[in-house]
Design a protein around this ligand. Structure first.
Ligand SMILES: CC(C)(COP(=O)(O)OP(=O)(O)OC[C@H]1O[C@@H](n2cnc3c(N)ncnc32)[C@H](O)[C@@H]1OP(=O)(O)O)[C@@H](O)C(=O)NCCC(=O)NCCS
Length: 248
């Protein structure tokens, strides 16, 4: 690509980044472009990344890493120059954000402070997440490994996500699990209280069987007729009508 084309692409990307911050940051209302460029760490880090990424793509040595390092020192946001970032990314507050080398981010994604798009070990090749369009990732969330976060998903603050996330799902917790998909609550196996194991009934059944066994042995020792085998009946929990208390 000719240098002028590169510059015009960069300018367009930065304009989209500033517009994204305006749309999604209530604190940006009424703030001018120059002020945002000077004081919004998310915008500064992205501007630096767009330049570093273009230089990295052009095969320029060392400089892209130096730019990424300087941006990290200034903003607390570390984006590897090779990471692929779509248009309209908004990083709110910034501090503690890490975006790894093989991470891929789609368009109109929002990240809050403390988000990690990281690898899980020392493997090489694709080892960081792919985040599709319109995803929101809450503060402190860690997304680890070459997983895919589906279009429009929301990741809860402080979640640790190590598996693919379906489109339009909301995932929370450690490890991250979906609590809703496309606005509908997810009733997973954990909510199936009717089929939960019943350890008390199991223990009573075992004790009753041992008593029966002892009674039979005692009868044999006394020369009496052993009682018939009559395994104790322990009634399992019965389903009750009404709201599922585990289902929320
Ligand atoms: C995940 C999130 C997007 C949920 O949005 P939502 O779709 O409205 O979901 P709800 O609030 O209805 O929560 C659904 C369930 O998940 C739980 N939950 C929500 N966020 C959670 C989180 N971060 N960690 C653990 N559980 C969470 C809720 O308590 C609720 O549980 P319940 O079904 O037992 O009542 C939101 O809670 C979140 O974490 N946003 C990130 C915001 C952020 O980082 N802001 C930083 C600003 S500086």
């Amino acid at each position: 690509m000719a240098p002028l084309d590169v510059l015009s692409t960069l300018a367009g990307e930065v304009r989209r980044d500033i517009a994204a911050a305006r749309e999604r940051d209530p604190a940006a209302r009424g703030v001018g472009t120059a002020e945002m460029l000077a004081t919004w760490p998310g915008i500064q880090a992205l501007l630096a990344h767009r330049v570093a990424h273009a230089l990295h793509g052009a095969g320029v040595p060392a400089l892209p890493r130096a730019i990424a390092f300087a941006a990290r020192s200034l903003t607390g946001i570390e984006i590897h120059p090779a990471a692929s970032v779509g248009e309209g990314l908004f990083i709110d507050h910034g501090s503690g954000v890490v975006i790894g080398e093989t991470a891929e981010i789609g368009n109109d994604v929002t990240l809050y402070q403390g988000v990690t798009l990281g690898g899980t070990g020392f493997s090489t090749g694709k080892r960081h997440p792919t985040v599709q369009d319109n995803v929101t990732i809450g503060s402190g969330a860690k997304l680890l490994g070459p997983i895919t976060i589906g279009h429009g998903a929301k990741i809860g603050a402080n979640s640790v996500v190590v598996a693919d996330v379906p489109a339009k799902a909301t995932v929370v917790g450690v490890p991250g699990h979906p609590v809703s998909v496309d606005g509908r609550r997810v009733e997973g196996p954990d909510a199936d209280w009717i089929h939960l194991p019943d350890p008390v009934a199991d223990a009573m059944r075992t004790l009753a069987n041992r008593v029966a066994e002892l009674e039979r042995t005692l009868a044999e020792l006394r020369g009496e007729t052993p009682p018939p085998i009559d395994p104790a009946t322990v009634h399992p929990l019965r389903p009750v009508k009404g709201r599922n208390p585990a289902g929320g």
